[in-house]
Design a protein. Sequence first.
Length: 288
Amino acid sequence: MKKLLLLLLLVLHVPAWGSQIVVGLTSDNLISWSVWERQGSTLKHYLLLYNKGTQEVDVKIKLKRFASVGTNFKDVPTNRTFFHVTVPPHQLLQLKYPKKLLRSDYTEYFENDKAIGLLPATTDQPGKALLNDSYRFYTDQGINARHLNYWVALESIDDLPNRISLTAAHKFYPPSEMLKQEYHLVKLYPGGPNYRYPEGGTLDSVYAAGADASIVRLDAARPGAVVPVSPGVVGPGFSLYTVYIERVEDGYMYDEAKRLVPDKSFGSSIGFLPVFPKQPKQNGGARP
């Protein structure tokens, strides 16, 4: 089995802190995911832990806090353990998310007493305008704290959803002398980190040709939409969907003669949404 290696560099945007902290989990087994569950008129915040391995794993999650020393960091001892649980194979645990955290806090994960990485500890809460009776779960993260810059609303997390709602958690750039419009194109792909993603501009070309109805366009006039999910593309066990977002800035640039000419620039981001198998009731955590 190839090791699921999800690492990204997080730059703390604090002037005195010029260093970088590498966050992510390296594990063959463990999946971590932060979600909010709508229960009537209230929201409950949960940390979901799933063991996709064949053996039970001992998991400790501790508070990791840093202080800046010049452009570097040093540990701030806290001696605080949020969770110490055993996760059976192919099982999902639902744990109440810890509270009273600083925005700069991290959680440090240990699997069978081996450190497997850091994740950002604090998360945002969805606003009331995002809540909808058709959706029970909400998150702005993919697995292992990969920030999406979008709010995702899901009907279920232990069954293949028929639809996924996406709402931008940011503002689109307004038109200017150098920018006609900014928009994003979103498509769901079955599969995880090993999926081969399209080159920049591919979704834009396909969408403009009207050749793929599953590509959704989001912009300032339409910051949210329901993205269709293709049925029958994932098995009955644990699986992943990739949320692929192509960012397009359609505007102008100056050529060598200092004339404004049309120009398009492209960027992309990805996140991974899990589909968990149906779960029995567990003593260490509740079935979602």
